[in-house]
Ligand binder design. Structure first.
Ligand code: ZN
Ligand code: ZN
Length: 259
């Protein structure tokens, strides 16, 4: 409960910062679009609680008390275990995101995130429930097989949610700060390139928290071809179909090809 309140406060802070340091025109910040994104986020929150009551932290605790997994077997614990687990889970999420752009059925559900023609803090929670289901099952499998501690899981879940809200924010950071942060973490300018309508840019910058995986795997784009304030976001089909802003169409999108 405390975690949910904390993340909602962070989301409100990101919305406020977007108003103060707005990066791009707010023409697409319609109540309908933002409302559909947030409602979808609410559905996913409820679904996750229904599928895994207590969340992934409880899954980790279940394995932890039984000493299951590779980490306890290797004797990993303390701060070293926490850092290694966060780095490993972040790599796993990077791989899942990369696979979501390469494998047909995964792309069908992930494209709901990319159909957004505007990227702001509300886009951070705009995922199809099927993608949440896949992600939960994938992370639960990793947590149990590696025996990742409940503290490391809780830390990673907070980092992932908070960084997704931050790097989707329609916010302009000073160039020097963006450059400094990008050495370690994904910034709004870095992730916005991943939402470019240009396929050669859209298939880069897959990171959600650490920025270095894209550099390691050679899929990093530093600057978009068109300046940030002018570049087109979304997918070609979403720019001609205004109906993809409604919640109903977002839920149906994986099953139809027109939107
Ligand atoms: Zn993507
Ligand atoms: Zn995104």
């Amino acid at each position: 409960m405390l975690l949910t309140i904390g993340l909602l406060t962070w989301l409100l802070l990101m919305f406020s910062m977007e108003r103060i340091w707005l990066r791009r025109g707010s023409a697409d910040a319609t109540f309908r679009r933002v409302g559909a994104n947030l409602f979808l986020g609410g559905i996913n929150w409820g679904l996750a609680r229904l599928l895994v009551p207590g969340g992934l932290v409880l899954v980790a605790l279940f394995a932890e008390v039984r000493l299951w997994g590779a980490w306890p077997f290797l004797g990993l614990n303390g701060i070293f275990e926490i850092i290694l687990s966060i780095v490993f889970l972040d790599l796993a999420i990077w791989l899942q995101h990369w696979a979501s752009h390469k494998i047909g059925w995964l792309w069908r559900i992930h494209r709901v995130h990319h159909l957004d023609i505007c990227v702001d803090a509300s886009t951070a929670v705009r995922f199809h429930p099927a993608e949440i289901f896949v992600s939960l099952a994938y992370k639960a499998m990793l947590i149990i097989s590696l025996g990742i501690s409940s503290f490391a899981v809780a830390s990673f879940e907070i980092l992932l949610a908070a960084s997704a809200m931050f790097n989707h924010a329609n916010m302009r950071l000073p160039d020097s700060l963006d450059k400094m942060l990008r050495v370690l973490i994904v910034t709004p300018d870095m992730h916005r390139i991943h939402h470019s309508i240009d396929r050669s840019e859209h298939d880069t910058n897959f990171g959600f928290f650490f920025s270095f995986w894209d550099k390691v795997f050679g899929v990093y784009t530093e600057n978009p071809k068109t300046p940030h304030v002018k570049m087109l976001l979304g997918l070609h089909e979403s720019r001609v179909a205004t109906r993809v802003r409604s919640l109903w169409h977002l839920l149906l999108a994986p099953f139809v090809t027109k939107i």
